[in-house]
Design a binder for this molecule. Structure first.
Ligand code: FAD
Length: 465
């Protein structure tokens, strides 16, 4: 995870800038999901299918003040933060329940500050182990140690815990009224309706007219596509993740274990007294076909790390087959002047992966989604919540974007650069990494400075207690 290497870093910046500029020029933003009204009217006039559907439909249309699309980390945290500030919101989720898979998420100081601010941290803390340090090894020479860190010594005050995604989502949802989340509510299309608001059409035909829409619909966000964002870019690495189960108690110290090979790296971290999360990142020119057979997934993962340290292999073998997932890693760099704005017309705004998908190399995607949630909720609440007029809502969204862009763009870039560095296959580079960089140059404290984030407690509004 944590490599601080001045010179290669510079080379990477240059290479990455050139690469990202090329990508930005090739993949200019397109409206592939649902044409914006401006484009639609220009090309098709008032008889466009989308406009006709809205005008002629007999489907009942409900109205909302604020709709959040997506009940993931960003969507639920935003709904909870708004509620604590006395602002209600309806959440639409395409799934028929909260996401159960997805193994675990490692949360750092910034994630915990947000969870404290919205009142769910302590319940989570009681379930998950506080990680005390980090051990870095090489698969060569039987998994020899490259370095061992203790957070207490190198990054005092750093709070690191891996939490099960399912439990995090359930905990957030438990702070909302039961009717706040509508499941099986997949957004199909979105269109502007002038001053009336934004019309959301769902797959089942329902229509919702909302004053404000918050797009928290994840890495493949249809709302981001509609706003003109390019598709996320596959970075050339994929990840396996799994959650091992030890009914009689897992045997590991509360440390993050990293093992660095050539073009392949793996790690595991104890999550709770009975669960251990593991991952493998590996290079692959394209994501290839999706593998749906759980046994095939697990055996492909084991094959990648054949002969690696036995504790890693034991963790992987203790994983139920259904608890292994394989994901292509993607990101999208929000280049100033090239990326579309995060909000549109003071009516639609993005948060979390929908706006800034980043690779997991710093463990910051969900942490940043949580940060987005409190900043956006505070801005919208200060602007008057559901009572904000168009200009107030627009100013709030722009202020949110300015504050968050300065945070998430550098982090997305840094996560991408760290990933490129640690996935190098070249034998000489890997030898330098194992012999010099990790043992002598890596400093945990400075590396984790990005986890500094302060936010005040969001006080529950009287009516939401
Ligand atoms: C391999 C890997 C490891 C990671 N590890 C970490 C880590 O250790 N720490 C960390 O902080 N982050 C980590 N992340 C990042 C983290 O998973 C994401 O940043 C986080 O899930 C973003 O939350 P989100 O709410 O924006 O998106 P999501 O969690 O993807 O939620 C989006 C929601 O929107 C719903 N949705 C999508 N489309 C529609 C639609 N049309 N209509 C209605 N609903 C819709 C989806 O069903 C989903 O529930 C990791 C990511 C990967 C890939």
């Amino acid at each position: 995870m944590a490599l601080r290497v001045p010179r290669p870093h510079l080379l990477f910046v240059i290479a990455a800038v050139a690469m990202a500029l090329a990508t930005a020029m090739i993949s200019s933003p397109q409206l592939r999901y649902c044409p914006s009204p401006r484009g639609r009217h220009r090309r098709r006039g008032r008889h466009s299918p989308a406009a006709a559907t809205v005008a002629a439909s007999a489907t009942p249309r409900s109205e909302e003040n604020i709709v959040i699309v997506g009940a993931g980390v960003a969507g639920l945290a935003t709904a909870v933060a708004l509620r604590r500030l006395g602002v209600g919101a309806a959440v639409l989720e395409q799934g028929d329940a909260l996401r159960a898979g997805g193994t675990s998420l490692t949360l750092f100081n910034n994630g915990w500050r947000v969870l404290d601010a919205i009142g769910v941290a302590d319940e989570l803390r009681s379930k998950y182990l506080r990680i005390q340090g980090m051990r870095m090894r090489s698969p060569a020479a039987g998994g020899r140690d490259l370095r061992e860190f203790s957070f207490e010594e190198e990054a005092p005050g750093q709070e690191v815990r891996a939490v099960e995604r399912r439990v995090l989502l359930e905990m957030l949802a438990s702070k909302l009224p039961p009717s706040a989340i509508s499941f099986s509510s997949k957004l199909k299309s979105i269109s502007e309706q002038g001053r009336a608001g934004t019309l959301l059409e769902l797959e089942d035909g329902r229509q919702i007219l909302s004053k404000i829409v918050i797009g928290c619909d994840g890495v493949n966000s249809p709302i981001a596509r509609w706003m003109g964002f390019s598709e996320p870019r596959y970075v050339g690495h994929m990840a396996f993740r799994g959650l091992a189960e030890y009914a009689d108690g897992q045997p590991f110290e509360p440390k993050v274990n990293y093992i660095y090979g050539r073009g392949v790296r793996a790690g595991f971290v104890p999550v709770s007294p009975t669960k251990v999360y593991w991952f493998i990142c590996f290079n692959r020119p394209d994501p290839g076909p999706k593998i749906t057979n759980p046994a095939a997934l697990k055996s492909e993962a084991l094959e990648l790390v054949r002969g690696w340290p036995s504790d890693l292999l034991a963790v992987m073998r203790s994983t139920p087959e259904g608890a292994v997932v394989r994901t292509p890693l993607v990101d999208r760099w929000l280049w100033p002047g090239l990326a579309p704005a995060a909000s549109r017309g003071g009516r639609v705004v993005l948060a979390g992966d929908a706006w800034h998908p980043m690779t997991p190399n710093l463990g910051q995607g969900a942490c940043c989604a949580l940060e987005d949630a409190v900043v956006l909720a505070r801005r919208l609440a200060d602007a008057g919540g559901a009572g904000a007029d168009g200009a107030q809502a627009q100013a709030a969204m722009r202020a949110y974007e300015a504050e968050r862009w300065a945070r998430v763009f550098p982090l997305t870039a840094r996560a991408g650069l760290v990933g490129a560095l640690v996935q190098w296959e070249n034998a000489a580079v890997c030898a330098a990494r194992d012999g010099v960089v990790i043992p002598r140059l890596v400093r945990l404290g400075p590396f984790l400075e990005h986890t500094n984030f302060e936010c005040d407690l969001l006080e529950p509004a009287p009516q939401s207690t």
